[in-house]
Design a binder for this molecule. Structure first.
Ligand SMILES: [Fe+2]
Length: 344
């Protein structure tokens, strides 16, 4: 079978697997930052992605299933207990998905989350966050249950052939895989084989919350956009001007360029780019007609860090200001560079 493991910088692992006879492939636990890479890998291998599978509702990374499903017109697969509303193909324990000659067999393994499943394909087990290398998924996040995890591990997963390869959804030490036998022997959490001891250990882990918990749950459960995605979409339709170029425009007193500071008044009065006019982002749509009567004018938006000015420029472009650009960077970088400031 075709097998590719794709690691992203946060320790998330996703997998492209495929049938080498039919060239049908599936993506397991795709993550948003890797979308172009998945598509490139599928093209490189000459396979067509037919299924997008999330092993569970992720609380720590942004699932790419929704965006890829829209682009590829293929179904999103999750366990039937998932709260995710836009799943196309809900699967249950013991069922399998046909991928050419391959069969992806579903094991419902609740514990890390109620909708967790492991996927068994030939001698490989894609364990999601049920079983990690030398660890297990945590059970203290929404729908987690240490009792259920005990059953999923000791009464299901670990009863499979010990030579089965383990491919988890997370790995922070660059280990590519392990086997069930190795995990049984050396995974510290699996040494607690008594149910009560295992549950007590899981309840006393006291782990810090994942960095993007609320945003990940919000976007993964709703299919909504991440903040980074919103910013990237705005940046894709806006050209930028560098700090140095703006400095030159100011030095030659370029009157053709309207510089619009989109921060709040309190920030503007502490110092701004010479010649910049104040038009806070929050008032942009309300005041745009009186402040910017000429839609053909060349306009530069400026903010503190460069993000809000990009969103403001994208909004202005949508409103028909086709010569709007955003400052690449913001007032923070401008101040730090020691470039001229006005305080009027
Ligand atoms: Fe997870």
């Amino acid at each position: 079978m075709l097998f590719e493991q794709i690691a992203s910088c946060g320790g998330c692992l996703s997998y492209l697997i495929g049938c080498q006879h039919s060239f049908a492939a599936a993506l397991i636990d795709p993550e948003r930052s890797q979308i172009e890479r998945y598509l490139a890998l599928a093209a490189q291998h000459g396979v067509r992605i037919r299924y997008l599978i999330d092993t569970h509702t992720h609380a720590d990374h942004f699932s790419a299933t929704r965006e890829l499903a829209a682009r590829l017109q293929v179904p999103i697969v999750m366990h039937h207990s998932t709260p995710v509303p836009f799943v196309d193909l809900r699967v249950g324990d013991g069922e399998s998905i046909a991928l050419g000659q391959l069969r992806i067999q579903v094991m419902h393994t609740p514990g890390h989350t109620r909708d967790s499943m492991c996927l068994h394909v030939e001698n490989r087990l894609f364990t999601g966050d049920t079983l990690l290398i030398s660890s297990t998924g945590r059970t203290d996040l929404p729908t987690g249950d240490p009792e259920a995890l005990y059953d999923s591990l000791f009464n299901r997963v670990l009863r499979l052939d010990g030579a089965t390869l383990v491919h988890p959804a997370h790995e922070y030490k660059n280990r590519s895989h392990t086997t069930l036998a190795q995990e049984l022997e050396s995974n510290p959490r699996l040494q607690k084989r008594d149910r009560r001891e295992f549950v007590e250990m899981m309840r006393s882990l006291n782990l810090s919350l994942p960095t993007h918990l609320t945003e990940a749950l919000r976007t993964n459960l709703s299919g909504g956009k991440t903040v980074a995605q919103l910013l990237a979409e705005a940046a894709a339709v806006v050209p930028f001007m560098s700090l140095d170029e703006l400095k030159e425009h100011i030095a030659r007193n370029d009157q053709d360029l309207a510089i619009i500071d989109v921060r709040e008044r309190e920030a503007y009065v502490t110092g701004h780019v010479p010649g910049a006019r104040l038009l806070p982002r929050g008032q942009l749509e309300l005041r745009v007609n009186e402040e910017l009567p000429d839609p053909t004018r060349r306009i530069l938006t400026v903010c503190e860090c460069g993000h809000i000015s990009t969103l403001a420029a994208a909004t202005l472009r949508q409103l028909g200001f086709q010569r709007v650009i955003a400052l690449d960077g913001g007032m923070k970088a401008w101040r730090e560079a020691g470039y001229p400031m006005a305080h009027d």
